[in-house]
Design a protein around this ligand. Structure first.
Ligand code: TYD
Ligand code: MG
Length: 413
């Protein structure tokens, strides 16, 4: 409820009014537990319901309007069978970057909400600026920058030699202002860079907090669906690899893409993690150049290191990513341990390495309990397939025996 003298007029506080009157008073908030749903008026460290720590997040109170209350007395709706509902294929908006379209499952969908996650500096802003510049020729697009000033974005666009004559920019972090601008301008595609910088004046938590991120994403998604704008949200990833903010963000949006890659190599992968409009197994492959991200349409030999001759501890495997096979080099280093033996993986699952070493001991009689074992997938690619097991074992044995595998050997399952 509004406080006296705050200029709030009447009780017509429905969602549209919130969007059109960003200066409206704060809505009442309370704290709810993300685990058990218990509520508290004030923030506290421990949930009064389930006694877990740090699970209370600020939530806006949604009062049912008189109209909504009346709806509960409305006559029942007519039901339809699925066969009666016309199921059209969604029209795709090609971004003009084939590798990006491939990861999206064929392009952007009108009214769809896409989340792009990745480490800072991996190329999220660069890719989206390139995509918007390409789209701006034929469609109305808007780049909302909360992280960089207009000048910084313009400078980057100039360095990338992009045609920016029709690329509109809004440097803003206030959610209500962004919503009203989107509603007035109705661009076909809007990029929000990034969701962690936005803040809604309905909540008192800081930008980037769980409550703010969730509320901003929910409001933007609602607008995208009602007005038919394609919204692309940029999200940062924490050190643990989870999207900073709630996992609930992944449930709100239609498509989740993650940037992968080693910041020391120039290759970047865009992998679909969830897609309500298409398959999730496709992978977009890019190379970061001085002119931005360039798609790599034949990526088979990217993930190999360049050796003059065969070296010990190296094994090349074939992994299937979507419809394309990729050649990936697995490197292992096995060395005498001093103290607790260490097991470290880059791009592969660490727990699985421990299991593979146990298999090696039990079934092949090869012991590694006095050895440090380090395993790396070249080029920053992440391999979750069990098909990597054989290549990992061969690389380990090759390093342990200090004997290179024959030069023209390739491993697949
Ligand atoms: P950026 O898109 O700003 O990353 P994110 O938005 O994911 O944080 O990427 C910035 C990095 O990319 C930066 O380290 C410099 C590099 N880069 C290039 O190598 N070439 C280029 O043309 C551009 C624009 C950036
Ligand atoms: Mg950025």
């Amino acid at each position: 409820m509004g406080e006296p003298g705050d200029g709030r007029t009447g009780e017509s506080g429905d969602a549209v009014c919130c969007i059109l009157h960003p200066t409206m008073s704060k809505q009442k908030t309370f704290y709810s537990c993300t685990e058990c749903g218990a509520t508290a008026a004030k923030w506290q460290g421990q949930c009064p319901g389930c006694n877990l720590w740090n699970t209370l997040v600020e939530t806006v109170e949604e009062k049912a309007s008189p109209a909504a209350r009346f709806q509960s007395l409305a006559p029942p709706a007519r039901l339809q069978t699925l066969a009666e509902i016309p199921a059209r294929e969604h029209e795709r908006i090609a971004t003009g970057i084939p590798e990006f379209d491939r990861a999206l499952g064929g392009g952007l969908v009108a009214g769809g909400v896409v989340l792009i996650g990745g480490d800072p500096g991996i190329g999220k802003s660069t890719l989206l600026l390139q995509a918007l510049a390409g789209l701006s020729d034929e469609h109305s697009v808007l780049y909302v920058s909360g992280e960089e000033s207009g000048e910084q974005v313009a400078l980057r666009a100039r360095r990338l030699s992009l045609d920016t004559r029709k690329l509109q920019l809004l440097a803003e972090i206030n959610l209500e202002k962004i919503l009203s601008t989107l509603q007035a301008e109705k661009p076909l595609v809007a990029v929000i860079d990034s969701i962690q910088t936005l803040w809604s004046d309905q909540l008192s938590s800081a930008p980037g907090s769980v409550a703010q991120v969730r509320e901003c994403a929910a409001q933007l998604t609602r607008l995208a669906k009602t007005v038919g704008i394609t919204v692309v949200l940029v999200g940062h990833v924490t050190k643990e690899g989870a999207l900073a903010g709630p996992r609930v963000l992944e449930h709100i949006v239609d498509t989740v893409l993650y940037f992968e890659g080693d910041t020391h190599s120039s290759f970047r992968l865009v992998r679909a993690f969830k897609n309500r409009y298409g398959a999730v197994n496709e992978l977009g492959v890019f190379a970061m150049t001085d002119r931005g991200l360039k798609g790599v349409s034949n990526p088979s030999a990217l993930f190999l290191s360049q050796h003059g001759q065969a070296v010990a501890g190296s094994c090349v495997m074939v992994t299937q990513e979507g419809t394309r096979p990729l050649l990936v080099e697995i490197q292992a280093l096995v060395d005498q341990s001093h103290g607790n033996p260490r097991r470290l993986t880059v791009g592969l699952e660490a727990q699985r390495l421990a299991m593979l070493l146990a298999v090696l001991h039990r079934h092949a009689g090869i012991v590694c309990f006095d050895q440090d074992v380090f395993v790396n997938a070249v080029g920053g690619v992440k391999i979750a397939e069990p098909a990597a097991d054989l290549a990992v074992l061969m690389a380990i044995i090759s390093s342990l025996k200090n004997k290179a595998l024959p030069e023209k050997i390739i491993v697949f399952r």
